[in-house]
Design a protein around this ligand. Structure first.
Ligand SMILES: Nc1nc2c(c(=O)[nH]1)N[C@H]1C(S)=C(S)[C@@H](COP(=O)(O)OP(=O)(O)OC[C@H]3O[C@@H](n4cnc5c(=O)[nH]c(N)nc54)[C@H](O)[C@@H]3O)O[C@H]1N2
Ligand SMILES: Nc1nc2c(c(=O)[nH]1)N[C@H]1C(S)=C(S)[C@@H](COP(=O)(O)OP(=O)(O)OC[C@H]3O[C@@H](n4cnc5c(=O)[nH]c(N)nc54)[C@H](O)[C@@H]3O)O[C@H]1N2
Ligand code: SF4
Ligand SMILES: [Mo]
Length: 732
């Protein structure tokens, strides 16, 4: 058997699991002194949410033994949420994948060497491709690995292995914002800097539970010294709504009606920044005509809000000097997410609330490196924010990479849902899943599980062998996690931050970067990646590709510069220097957008009905989302921390209004069966007025939840509409 040179060079024999005298992190906000045991500190950016807090890793004998939030970093200034404090615990779990695992003829996953695993990977992927065509192998990646790793994966698969279809979990999360920004601004460019949280006098949060999902951004809202009006638009009375000055508990998925109605109210009272609209936008007159069809009475009726609530919000927006609009999954995960996001963008444009401190139409990102994946995963967009369909773009990228432009696909990939349906039709026969847990998080789970089981070859590359997806795999590749490898993340405000290797990965687990390098070698395309010697080399290659793009960061020399400057926000073209003035960067201060004529577009459309309204048989609307600050997604990481586990519920629960519970005759903590047309689960009832009558809420962290969800998608972004389906609840 051929020995893989990358693996041979990297391979370290299994080290005895090191007894780490780890000090327990206190929970809470604030700073702690360096642990007494530590002999030095290295800095890194947190690997959970997109806030991108900086963390100090306390080192002893070359291994991180404790964490505290970094003082002085522009994002978190000495604070972290519990997940940040506890970020080392997931690395020490018993179910870490420590060797590759291959399913044997009896159906059991058994440990094999890297050489066996790599040969198996190459032989079976090549067989899938020769039997069914190159396009029958696909991959699903993530917003949770460093940019350098994403780029390596995207280039290896698409340029090296002839794979055409690859998408990622960013589709479940940010695809709507990507399309909305591209169409409205000409580039996928969230315009804000976190200082805008500090500067606003009106903060409008739409479908965003910031207090739970982005606690350190929320802390900035709470520290805002302008006594801001905080408006929360969410069907639920969330932890965030509890502190708001206005909560609009609208009917689920009625946001588009609401925002068109608000635009109409503002136009009626001439609360429009005519100069800004005239000089910098396209299509306002037609938009103004469109929203005439959304009069106050009708909007109140469709949203379930009172006319007073609507008028008060219009007053607030009109009188605000610096109004910022922030949206997250309550908008993106809708069957009409793109148009809803654009309706928010339209409000910011027509009131001139963009490009100035404390303003903006701001999509809050989810995962630590979703922004990196949007620009550099080489999935739907060509590496660096370019277009697969453009010959010029393909030639430009090929030249930068010193490869033949013919190897670059001429079309974007299928989206996640198209890849899944492709398995159903037999067009996709092999799937490589990297750092995402499809079998838990994808919509309409019963269907999803059937599809995964239908594949000829399923490879899962994960930190753990126990995930819902890994246990279904034919081959598991053991990956190092955050803290065990190096690279960069891009946070929600476009800040590039350096993540540092501060721990040895267990057993034979390797950083995803080195797994990709080893596969390139085993596949026979290592030559193409000769210059991609280390993550930092890749960083330099990507930096060169970014030149001339809105995301140009060619002014960043190297990782050291990122460390010394507290991260750098793009754009940062060559010649830029980090000074006190340039430390914060907001887009569109010059009122020039990235469209061909430099103007932002007003885009709008008639609202459409939800895919599955409540019915006699399924009378309740199921809302889903984040349940607690201590839970991360499918919990593979956070459940490994005893501290985080103690802060959250172990088993599935469903929130229900006391009136609905009484009608069903169920009480707090009673077990119920929740069913939809697609599947059912059992859960405990939590009675709360946080949800409205007729609605129920269940956190996405429970593995069973997506048995219920309905596979509806936004037509432009193909993002799943996780936030809405019809269910019934009955006593067990
Ligand atoms: N603790 C924790 N933090 C996280 C994550 C995590 O798993 N755990 N995940 C990260 C990721 S990847 C993401 S994408 C973000 C998500 O962050 P958020 O989007 O803030 O979180 P969600 O709870 O998914 O959804 C937000 C809200 O949308 C509301 N909503 C539902 N339907 C509608 C509707 O029709 N209209 C409106 N206006 N609102 C609606 C829900 O009630 C919910 O309160 O969080 C990030 N941060
Ligand atoms: N019903 C419902 N479903 C939802 C949502 C919802 O609101 N409601 N939200 C959606 C959203 S916004 C998102 S972002 C998705 C998230 O869904 P997923 O991406 O499936 O969730 P995670 O648990 O973050 O999965 C990440 C996987 O990568 C592994 N991992 C972590 N770090 C590394 C690494 O460095 N390398 C490798 N190789 N593996 C690693 C983890 O162990 C884990 O198995 O869920 C979506 N699903
Ligand atoms: S807020 Fe997000 S980035 Fe900051 S410590 Fe918590 S999970 Fe990490
Ligand atoms: Mo997400």
């Amino acid at each position: 058997m051929t020995k893989n040179p990358i693996v041979s060079a990297l391979f370290k024999p299994m080290h005895p699991s090191k007894e780490l005298d780890r000090v327990t992190s206190p929970i809470g906000l604030g700073q702690i002194p360096v642990s007494k045991e530590a002999d030095s500190i290295v800095r890194s950016v947190c690997g959970f949410c997109s806030t991108g807090c900086s963390l100090d890793l306390h080192m002893k004998d070359g291994e991180a033994i404790n964490i505290s939030p970094s003082p002085g970093y522009p994002v978190n200034t000495g604070s972290a949420c519990p997940k940040g404090w506890e970020a080392l615990a997931p690395l020490e779990a018993d179910d870490r994948a420590t060797t590759p695992l291959l399913r044997d003829s009896l159906g059991t996953l058994r440990p094999v060497s890297w050489n066996v695993a790599l040969n198996e990977f190459v032989d079976r992927v090549k067989k899938v491709q020769s039997d069914h065509g190159a396009e029958s192998m696909a991959f699903l990646s993530t917003g949770q690995i460093p940019t350098e790793e994403m780029a390596m994966l995207g280039a290896l698969t698409k340029f090296g292995m002839g794979i055409k279809h690859g998408d990622g979990n960013t589709r479940q999360c940010m695809a709507t914002s990507v399309v909305a920004y591209k169409q409205s601004f000409g580039f996928d460019a969230p315009p804000y800097t976190y200082a805008d949280f500090d500067e606003s006098d009106v903060i409008v949060l739409i479908g965003s539970n910031l207090a739970i999902a982005h606690p350190i951004m929320w802390e900035r809202v709470l520290k805002n010294r302008h006594n801001p009006e905080i408006v929360v638009i969410d069907p639920r009375h969330t932890e965030t709504a509890a502190v708001a000055t206005q909560h609009l508990g609208l009917a689920p998925d009625s946001d588009l009606d609401l925002f068109y109605g608000l635009a109409q109210l503002l136009i009626e009272r001439d609360a429009v920044d005519r100069d800004f609209v005239e000089a910098n936008t396209e299509g306002f007159a037609d938009f103004a005509n469109h929203v005439k069809r959304f009069p106050l009475d009708q909007v109140a009726d469709r949203t379930g809000l009172t006319k007073d609530q609507l008028v008060r919000l219009a007053d607030t927006i009109e009188s605000g000097q610096r109004v910022s609009f922030w949206w997250t999954m309550g908008v993106n995960q809708s069957h009409q997410g793109v148009r809803t996001a654009q309706a928010i963008i339209n409000l910011a444009l027509m009131t001139g609330n963009i490009g100035r401190p404390g303003t903006g139409a701001n999509s809050v990102t989810g995962q630590c490196n979703a922004m990196g994946s949007r620009l550099f995963s080489n999935t739907t967009g060509l590496l660096g924010g370019y277009d697969f369909a453009s010959l010029d773009d393909r030639e430009h990228v090929a030249k930068k990479l010193e490869i033949d432009s013919d190897v670059i696909p001429q079309e974007p990939s299928w989206s996640y849902d198209q890849i899944m349906s492709g398995i159903g039709t037999g067009e996709i026969k092999g799937l490589w899943v990297i750092a995402t847990n499809t079998a838990h998080s994808w919509i309409d789970q019963m269907d999803c599980h059937g599809l995964l089981d239908k594949l000829d070859f399923l490879v899962v590359q994960d930190m753990y062998h126990s995930t819902e997806t890994a246990v279904r795999a034919d081959l598991v590749l053991p990956a190092a996690g955050w803290g065990e490898k190096e690279g960069t993340f891009i946070n929600s405000e476009r800040r590039i931050g350096h993540i540092t290797k501060a721990r040895t990965a267990p057993g034979e687990a390797l950083a995803d970067f080195w797994i990709f390098k080893a596969i390139a070698d085993a596949w026979g395309c290592a030559e193409m990646f000769e210059r991609w010697r280390s993550p930092e080399d890749v960083f330099r290659i990507l930096r060169d590709i970014s030149i001339g793009q809105p995301c140009d960061f060619s002014g960043v020399e190297d990782y050291q510069m990122l460390d010394e400057s507290g991260g750098v926000q793009w754009p940062f073209p060559a010649g830029s220097t980090v000074t006190a003035d340039s430390a914060e960067r907001r887009l569109f201060a010059d009122q020039t957008f990235y469209t061909k004529n430099g103007r932002a577009n007003f885009i709008y459309e008639e609202p459409t009905p939800v895919a599955e309204p409540a019915s006699d048989d399924y009378p309740l609307t199921l809302l889903t989302g984040r349940g607690s600050v201590a839970d991360w997604h499918t919990r593979t990481r956070t459940e490994k921390s005893t501290v985080l586990s103690s802060m959250t519920a172990k088993d599935a629960y469903i929130e229900m209004h006391p009136v609905d519970a009484a009608a069903l005759g169920v009480e707090l903590n009673e077990e119920v069966v929740v069913s939809s047309l697609r599947g059912e689960l059992t859960a405990r009832v939590v009675t709360t007025t946080g949800v409205q009558p007729g609605q129920v809420f269940m956190p996405m962290h429970f593995a069973e939840l997506n048995r219920l969800t309905f596979p509806a998608f936004d037509p432009y972004s193909r993002q799943p509409a996780y936030k809405h389906c019809a269910v019934a609840v009955r006593k067990t």
